[in-house]
Design a protein around this ligand. Structure first.
Ligand SMILES: [Zn+2]
Length: 278
């Protein structure tokens, strides 16, 4: 790590080839934006770069805790050539295996060869037009690289190709939630309710929250009730507060038990009921 004392020491200057992606930080475990780039390391006097000490490759710098890995750029380039060559050879040897194509795609992405990666992503889609898994993984790849334009279309295609897959179904439901199409999303997740094997509370929490924002507290309460089937959800104070809010509001709309006033109906009212029933 570079350091300076009274302006003398080492510092980084000249960030280049920046690539950002969403991922999980190895240090703080948060799902955040991770930055990759190369940068020059310099010996500095009064913070002025005097002697270049070579370029470094910074990988997976966490937006939240700033944790990252660093290595000399030359070493990183050697690694890159070797990794790309290995993945490409594996693909050439097994051209009709989508797993090999995705390995190559992720290697290109990892080493910032984004033009080649984008071209390969388009080729994979064209080569496997009816492969739901391929579309789902491609959607995730587009999402992680920040190219959100294609994400919705690819997730939707994966769901159309295999609507029985719980992951594709819940992802499609969340896309609908994002578009405010809550009733359609509700229908999609109906078959994921407990005791369904694919049940996960997250989509019901998200759907409940969306219903709550629309002021539909009855539907929100139902979603929260389903989510609570997973006891871990009830440990989240924010969730419990949100759920209580809708429960309270929903109770105001619930039909109340009808009880006779003490002493029966007033004469006039009971008379009118009699005349109605006769
Ligand atoms: Zn972090």
């Amino acid at each position: 790590m570079p350091f300076t004392i009274k302006g003398i020491g080492t510092r980084y200057y000249g960030k280049r080839n920046v690539r950002k992606e969403m991922g999980t930080c190895q240090n703080c475990r948060k799902f955040v934006q991770l930055e990759n780039y190369d940068i020059g390391l310099y010996f500095v006097i009064l913070y002025i770069p005097i002697i270049p000490l070579g370029r470094r490759q910074i990988t997976d710098k966490c937006f939240y805790c700033l944790h990252h890995r660093v290595m000399p750029l030359a070493k990183w380039r050697d690694l890159k050539s070797s990794a790309i060559e290995t993945s490409l050879q594996a693909l050439v040897n097994d051209m009709h295996n989508p797993a090999r194509a995705f390995e190559y795609l992720f290697t290109l992405t990892r080493f910032n060869e984004m033009d080649d990666a984008r071209e390969l992503a388009a080729t994979i889609e064209a080569q496997y037009p009816d492969n739901a898994d391929a579309h789902y993984v491609l959607a995730g790849w587009h999402m992680s690289t920040g190219m959100s334009k294609e994400v919705k279309r690819l997730f939707q295609r994966a769901f159309e190709l295999n609507p029985d897959n719980p992951d594709y179904r819940r992802t499609q439901a969340m896309m609908l939630v994002e578009q405010g199409r809550l009733d359609e999303a509700r229908e999609l997740v109906r078959c994921l309710e407990p005791p369904a094997e694919g049940f996960q509370p997250e989509e019901f929490v998200a759907l409940g929250e969306a219903f709550q924002k629309q002021g539909n507290h009855v539907a929100a309460t139902e979603m929260f009730r389903i989510a609570k089937t997973d006891p871990t959800v009830c440990q989240d104070k924010k969730f419990l507060k949100m759920s209580k809010r809708s429960e309270k509001r929903a109770a105001q709309y619930a039909p109340r038990d009808f009880t006779l006033p003490r002493g029966g109906f007033p004469q006039q009212a009971s008379g009118s009921i009699r005349s109605f029933t006769q």
